[in-house]
Write a protein that binds this ligand. Structure first.
Ligand code: PMV
Length: 327
């Protein structure tokens, strides 16, 4: 039957992009998952079965030449380097509740679940923080630039504060979390990697201006934190709008996305922002339900680019092993 692990996907509440440069951010794990199953396989190879196809690895390639498998390959490499284990004769099945590059940290879900699954398969025990750090290293290897936000949040679960103190991630102690969000998933044209690189280029061109925007985002995080730790999610809406429009200044949104956020504000949704690298992906509304006419407006405006509109809640457990199969 093998090992089955699931890792929650991640919503970025505040601070994306600035977090890559050491500023604070707040994220949360949600009740959508990447599912990973690992079982033994008779042939001397690694079989990788994903949402986008099945692949056979006879040896582990370099991550940069592994194409869509680079996250998987990075995990295999790290397990090999750190523990001297040479994964072979295994079948890896990975299934995500959300499409890749949709702003919900699917790549972090893949590296965290696979890392944990492999360590369980080879009977290697680690603490939850060690696991999160290994997953982060795998994401960094695959992506070039990444913060600890997604991998740690997916591993730890709940609501997390990133970079306070620098390079750390901690789970906030909030009991009976009182937050429900509606998430709109829309197709993205630019990938996380491209968007992170664009911000990097903008910062090279206008270092002072971009640092000031990052500082403003960091102040928003500080204010939001004081509400969130006292479970006052109802107060963070205005700060979400502010954060969104700072991301717009950084050039990572797009006109329809900005129009969506403006429309939400105009009709009185308490808070809304893009969540993640931008240019579509996940749009977060601070509301359990959206008015019917706004839903119609979203459908008519986004048309074929609209993937789903769902209510999500916070997953407080983080990554876990369960006794069942993926499919
Ligand atoms: O869109 P996502 O889920 O890949 O989130 C990216 C978040 C960034 O802050 C832009 C990058 C990072 O590694 O933190």
């Amino acid at each position: 039957m093998g090992i089955y692990v699931k890792a929650p996907l991640v919503l970025k509440l505040f601070g994306e992009h600035a977090v890559v440069y050491g500023y604070r951010a707040i994220a949360c794990a949600v009740d959508r998952y990447v599912h990973c199953r690992i079982e033994s396989h008779s042939n001397d190879e690694i079989l990788v079965d994903t949402n986008f196809g099945t692949f056979t690895l006879r040896e582990i390639p370099k991550p940069e030449s592994a194409g869509r498998l680079r996250y998987v390959v990075s995990v295999l490499k790290i397990v090999q380097e750190v523990y001297g284990v040479h994964p072979r004769r295994i079948r890896i099945v990975l299934r995500s509740d959300a499409q890749p590059s949709c702003g919900l940290g699917t790549s972090a879900g893949v590296v965290s679940s696979l890392m944990y699954g492999l360590l369980q398969y080879y009977n290697i025990s680690v603490t939850v923080h060690e696991l999160a750090e290994l997953a982060y290293r795998a994401e960094l290897m695959a992506q070039g630039r990444a913060s600890r936000m997604d991998t740690y949040t997916s591993t730890l679960g709940g609501v997390t504060l990133i970079n306070d103190p620098p390079n750390s991630v901690r789970k906030l102690d909030i009991y009976n979390i009182d937050a429900k969000f509606t998430v709109l998933l829309v197709r993205r044209r630019r990938t996380t990697r491209e968007l992170v690189n664009e911000v990097y280029e903008l910062k090279r061109k206008y270092p002072d201006i971009v640092e000031n925007i990052f500082r403003a985002i960091d102040s928003i995080v500080g204010k939001a934190l004081s509400y969130i730790i006292s479970n006052r999610f109802d107060c963070i809406g205005e700060l979400m709008y502010m954060n969104h429009f700072l991301l717009m200044i950084l050039g990572v949104t797009n006109p329809l996305l900005d129009q969506t956020i403006l429309k939400a504000r105009q009709i009185g949704i308490p808070g809304a922002k893009v969540s993640g690298a931008g240019d579509g992906g996940a749009v977060l509304f601070l509301s359990e339900q959206l008015p019917e006419d706004f839903k119609r407006w979203l459908q008519e405006s986004w048309r074929n680019d609209l993937i789903t509109l769902e209510t999500v809640t916070i997953d407080n457990h983080g990554i876990r092993r369960e006794d069942r199969a993926t499919d």
